[in-house]
Design a protein around this ligand. Structure first.
Ligand SMILES: Cc1ncc(C[n+]2csc(CCOP(=O)(O)OP(=O)(O)O)c2C)c(N)n1
Ligand SMILES: [Mg+2]
Length: 693
């Protein structure tokens, strides 16, 4: 049965619009011959009503700072988002998110779903498509991000609102699936959001009873509502996703709750009315196939042969709904913000700078410099000092630790600096609790909200948050990770707490800046560099134990950090017989060896290598200057996996590193056992020279 044009126009506009979302998703997936049509089909009414009637969002400016955020945590349902972005006419923006362009998603883009260079990649990607608030796909990350967004919104409101000037009062909505709620990060994030009583946060759970493998019940049987109530959430139920009244009541229920986050559990049917499909779970994660596409369209009263059909009136319907409503809200806000700027020019300036990821002028004033000191100071200690100096000049530098703030030295001190906690949202010190993964995900959500966010833990536990680090790198978010206790130097805590392979694995991640400074003054330079990053996350890898502060009148200045690797000490004629290279705490071993060799008349060079990735970006000429090809005698020293060092020492070079896990013992014994002594470096240097001859 082909439904004629007239019948279509006779349908209620709401249903027509909802079914347009559904059929666009079906056709996009079918054309790509890959993707998930099921979730968009089930969720279409949920997304429709939210956007059309509730979301405070102006499609004409997806960068409006006070817009409500919509996160599709179930990123595999990306066609739902693309259909909405197209139908509501969301404008495009450039990758820096500071200039408006044409449309974020056109019908043509939907036809190119999942194709190379299209604006409709398989999963929603920040920076690729305007209107995508964060990259989702790895389940659990989007809802984790949403907690960071809600944190940022609360913080911004507390920091910048003034009587009569509610500059920031936006809400965060996230759609999540069974998978989102099964993943551990989702649970950590929900626990944190409940604890912080983030009443601006609303998760909408697509309770469709299926996952890819089959019925969700095969692997998921807990009472989700009871779990969230126990977390301190407000829980609402909608028994049928097609019941727009019930959905509307649930959204109102969220908006009226000022005490706690809200979970709306929505029962959806992944099928479309065709009885033989409704009760099976077959193929909901793959294209329907031509025949099923027809049956689905038929059940929606759609012309079975039409593809990518957008019936007359649908685009206008959205323009008259969210388009008009959103424009009004944004225009009102723009006027308010202009008034605010007159009354509070300094605050408005801060907001503008933050929105463009610019630092305040004088952000680096009063940075410490550290005098030479043979006993020295742990790099975590010097980092704490530098962080505090910068934080005084950058009001929106905020963050905290996963329960290790006193160890990580990340506590911000100073007049008026408080903790961020439930009911007191202006604080700058965060207690993420023992939830590294949720911290990582929340940091991403904070960073997309434009605050400058940092998070800290023991370096070894960076593994617990790695999936979120990866998304920060993919999204080009300037999140700052402060990782202390960076090696077997941890000592007695033993191999469970001693990182070995983490440096190599993080160095392998595209876009992530990894810095392991050698002394206090390298720490200063490292922080300077990190603060100026606008589109890269950075990991500062810091020691627990003291390291000497080098005499910079004798050795090269620490500003060499900005090149990733630099000659710290050299032969007088610049023609050494051996190059000793190291990062972090091992640089001093090389310096000691260098001094000893010097007394013996052996010419050595010490290269400090705080960052491989930054060094790789330098010119070939600079790289050759640091590592001249003709000098074959090379020794690298690092208390970590040797993986990768051959690119600097060459196949015949020596690496003093870790080829096994560490051990529990006092640090002195460990250094001896694993060969991190001046004597061992000396021996390796002599051997390397002999071999090169
Ligand atoms: C971390 C992670 N693991 C696995 C996947 C692959 N994956 C995509 S969708 C999905 C599960 C689908 O079930 P559900 O979450 O209930 O979503 P629905 O299919 O019902 O929309 C899986 C396992 C993923 N995207 N992320
Ligand atoms: Mg499901």
């Amino acid at each position: 049965m082909v439904v004629g044009e007239q019948t279509l126009q006779g349908q209620e506009l709401k249903t027509l619009s909802i079914n347009t979302i559904r059929t666009l998703a079906i056709d996009g997936v079918q054309q790509a011959n890959s993707g998930h049509p099921g979730a968009p089909m089930g969720l279409a009414p949920v997304a429709y009503l939210l956007w059309q009637d509730f979301l405070r969002y102006d499609p004409a400016d997806p960068t409006w700072p006070n817009r409500d955020r919509f996160v599709l945590s179930a990123g595999h349902a990306s066609m739902l988002l693309y259909a909405i972005l197209y139908l509501t006419g969301v404008r495009g923006v450039n990758p820096e998110y500071d200039k408006l362009g044409d449309f974020a998603v056109t019908l043509d883009d939907i036809k190119k779903f999942r194709q190379l260079d299209s604006r409709t990649p398989g999963h929603p990607e920040y920076r690729m498509t305007a209107g995508v608030e964060t990259t989702t796909g790895p389940l659990g990350q989007g809802i984790g991000n949403s907690v960071g967004m809600a944190i940022a919104a609360k913080w911004l409101g507390e920091q910048y609102n003034r009587p009569g000037f509610e500059i920031f009062d936006y809400n965060i909505y996230a759609i999540c699936s069974d998978g989102d709620l099964m993943e551990g990060v989702g649970s950590e994030a929900a626990s944190l959001a409940g604890h912080l009583r983030l009443s601006n946060l609303c998760w909408i759970y697509d309770n469709n009873h299926v996952t890819l493998d089959g019925p969700a019940a095969w692997s998921f049987s807990e009472d989700v509502g009871a779990r969230f109530k126990a977390y301190g959430w407000n829980v609402a139920h909608v028994t049928d996703a097609n019941d727009l009244d019930a959905l509307g009541k649930a959204y109102h229920n969220f908006l009226q709750n000022s005490e706690r986050p809200t979970l709306i559990i929505v029962n959806t049917h992944i099928g479309y009315g065709a009885p033989h499909k409704q009760d099976t779970n077959a193929a909901h994660g793959e294209p329907l196939g031509e025949e099923e596409v027809r049956l689905a369209k038929k059940s929606y009263g759609w012309p079975e042969d039409a593809k990518f059909l957008v019936p007359d009136g649908v685009l206008e319907h959205f323009q008259q709904g969210i388009g008009a409503r959103g424009r009004g809200l944004r225009e009102k806000w723009t006027k308010l913000f202009a008034e605010y700027g007159k009354k509070y020019p300094e605050l408005a300036d801060q907001i503008n700078r933050m929105q463009h990821r610019q630092l305040p002028s004088g952000w680096d004033k009063n940075l410490p410099t550290f005098p030479a000191d043979a006993k020295g100071v742990a790099t975590r200690e010097s980092s704490g000092k530098v962080l505090n100096a910068i934080a005084q000049n950058v009001p929106w530098l905020i963050g905290g630790s996963a329960d290790l703030a006193t160890s990580n030295k990340t506590t911000l001190k100073g007049e008026g600096i408080k903790d961020f906690e439930a009911g007191s949202y202006g604080g700058r010190n965060f207690h993420f609790g023992i939830r590294e993964h949720a911290m990582g995900a929340a940091l991403n959500g904070m960073a997309v909200s434009k605050v400058r966010a940092f998070g800290a833990t023991f370096f070894n536990f960076s593994d617990y948050m790695r999936p979120s680090i990866r998304l920060a790198a993919l999204m080009e978010m300037p999140v700052i990770y402060v990782y202390t206790h960076d090696s077997i130097g941890v000592g007695e805590d033993g191999p469970t707490h001693q990182p070995v392979e983490q440096l190599a694995s993080l160095r392998a991640m595209p876009g992530l800046v990894v810095l392991r400074p050698a002394d206090a003054n390298e720490v200063v330079e490292a922080w300077k560099l990190v603060m100026q990053l606008r589109d890269k996350p950075a990991a500062l890898v810091l020691t627990r134990q003291a390291v000497p502060t080098f005499d910079r009148t004798k050795y090269a200045p620490a500003s060499g950090v900005s090149k990733g690797a630099y000659i710290l000490a050299d032969a007088a004629d610049g023609k050494p017989s051996v190059i000793l290279m190291a990062t972090g705490s091992e640089v001093s071993l090389c310096v000691n060896a260098y001094e000893q060799l010097k007394t013996e008349g052996v010419k050595a060079r010490v290269v400090s290598v705080p960052s491989w990735d930054i060094f790789e970006k330098q010119s070939d000429a600079y790289k050759r200057e640091v590592f001249p090809a003709e000098i074959r005698a090379r020794v690298a020293v690092e208390m970590a996996s040797t993986f990768g060092w051959s690119q600097y020492v060459g196949l015949t070079g020596t690496v003093i590193g870790m080829r096994r896990f560490g051990a529990s013992a006092p640090i002195k014994e460990l250094l001896k056992k694993f060969g991190f002594t001046t004597e061992n470096v000396l021996a390796a240097a002599r051997e390397a020279i002999a071999k090169a001859k």
